[in-house]
Every structure is written in C-alpha cells, then in structure tokens.
Design a protein around this ligand. Structure first.
Ligand code: ARG
Length: 275
C-alpha cells in the first residue's frame, strides 16, 4: 500500500514562469547569454522540496489513473505560491508522521499536508499563516445508529490516522476512560477498511476528508457527529524551525494568491462554490 514517489508537479508551468520573470528582468541587459545561465542557476536553487502525505483527499491524493501524480488542493496551492515567488516545486510523498522529522533533517523544505497548527508542533517547526479551517468528526458504518455524539463513543473501538490530531483525540478519549480501544492506522483508506471489516466502530478524521470519503461511499459510511473542540483546527504550511527567509516568501505568496483570486478558484475547484 505504501507508495513513496517523487514527482515534479506542475514543474513545467512554474519553471516557465521563472524563466519568463527572469527574461523580462533581463530586458535591459545586453548580455543575453549570461542571463540565460543566471536563470538556469537560480532555477536550480529555487527548487522547493515539498513533503506531503497523499492520502488525504481532497487536499492531497495520488491520481488513481497513473498511480503516481500527486494532486489536490494543497498541491495546487503550494504550486501557486511557489510560482508567485519564482520557485518550482518537487513533491515527495511520505508518511504523515514523518513530515516534521523530514523538515528537521532538511530532506524537505516545506510540508503541506492539511497539517493543523498545534502548540506541540509549533515548538518543532514554524508555520505560515493558516489557509483552511477544519475540525474533526466521526464516521461510522451506514447501519450503525448507536453513535450520535462524542459521548456515544463510550465502550467503542476507534481508529484514526497515526500522528494526526484525530489520533490525539482518540487517545485522549481512551485516557479519559470513554473509548474502549484505539487502533491507529496509516491512512484514511485503511481506517475505513477497518470500519468496513467491523474491526473498529468509528473513524475520527478531519471533517473535510471524512465528508469527502462519505460522499464517495454513501452506501457504506456516514457521519455520526462532530467532535466539539475548544479551538478550531486550522491548516498551515510548515518549514524548519528558524527558516524565516522561506517562511516570509511562503507568507507573501499565500497573501498574493489569496488576493488575486487564485485561492478562491481553488476552493471552488475542490469544494464547490457552496463551501
Ligand atoms: N489535520 C490533521 C493533523 O494535522 C490531519 C492531517 C493529515 N494529513 C495528511 N495529509 N494525511 O494532524
């Protein structure tokens, strides 16, 4: 099931934009050849290595037809931000709970993965401004009418994706003596499989992702209830702690794509105008 792939997404588009920006900047310069070389060099150093966990539709997922291309809201967003800042993107697919370590050891520059800002993570990495409001809800099997609230998880077996806020919530409910058992699994598909097999009673997952899965499998699963949280969960892009230069570029790019309508167009593309 695990797929580790390295794909250049929309690299051509972004690269041509860099080239275009470089060319227009070099118009006053008589030394055309030198400009081309400079462009090639800056392009090289402007490759942004972006890590994600492409098991989280509609934010990031692997294209089912070719089995390798990583697509989704986050991918389009980071490409737009990168292009705005004269950078190209190289995507790397990895486990969600490996992203922070990959930032720390420098194997990726940026993580975008529907990652919620939380105080513990904020000690390990730096976050951009937030770009999406989410939260958690509970999915159950279509024929299960025993769960209509978080309290109804009493005595139940719950699953969530390991390393996520949903996993934290599940463990919290277990420690509080509510949930009987917690099974943390690699991604939403295995979580939903465990639900279908009857191994677990409920899946705690991000609202937009659970909802998307339910919409695609209306005969199998349904949303039982929302998790009521004190604070809303908000997604942001992460960089290594102290990488202020990159953080500023990403924030500038994010502000620009919000302002020029690109962000709204992506919301429309992935969630429809209603959301
Ligand atoms: N928002 C949740 C968190 O930050 C889940 C994110 C999972 N993302 C993913 N691409 N699998 O913990």
């Amino acid at each position: 099931m695990k797929r580790f792939s390295k794909v250049v997404v929309a690299g051509v588009l972004a690269a041509s934009m860099v080239l275009f920006a470089g060319c227009s900047g070099g118009n006053n310069n008589a030394d055309g050849d030198k400009d081309v070389n400079a462009n090639a060099e800056s392009q090289e150093s402007n490759v942004l290595k972006v890590g994600t966990n492409a098991e989280f539709a509609p934010f990031e997922y692997v294209n089912e037809e070719d089995g390798t291309t990583i697509e989704g809201f986050d991918i389009d967003l980071i490409n737009a931000i990168a292009a705005d800042q004269g950078m190209t993107v190289e995507m790397e697919n990895m486990e969600f709970d490996g992203l922070i370590m990959a930032l720390e050891n420098g194997s990726i520059d940026v993580a975008i993965a529907g990652m919620s800002v939380d105080p513990k993570r904020a000690k390990q990495v730096d976050f951009t401004e937030t770009y999406y409001d989410a939260g958690l809800n509970i999915a159950v099997a279509i024929d299960d009418d025993s769960i209509a609230s978080e309290e109804d998880l009493a005595g139940k077996v719950v699953t969530a994706q390991q390393g996520t806020t949903g996993a934290n919530k599940a463990m919290e409910l277990q420690e509080a003596g509510v949930v009987a058992d917690v099974k943390l699994l690699a991604n939403i598909n295995v979580c939903m499989m465990a639900l279908a097999n009857g191994e677990v009673d409920a899946v705690i997952m991000d609202i937009p992702v659970n909802n998307r899965y339910v919409a695609a499998h209306p005969d199998e699963v349904k949303i039982a209830a929302d998790i009521v949280a004190e604070e809303p969960e908000q997604y942001a892009i992460a960089v290594a702690k102290g990488n202020t230069e990159l953080l500023e570029k990403l924030d500038a790019g994010l502000a620009n794509v919000k302002e020029d309508g690109t962000y709204d167009a992506l919301i429309d593309k992935y969630f429809g105008a209603a959301e």
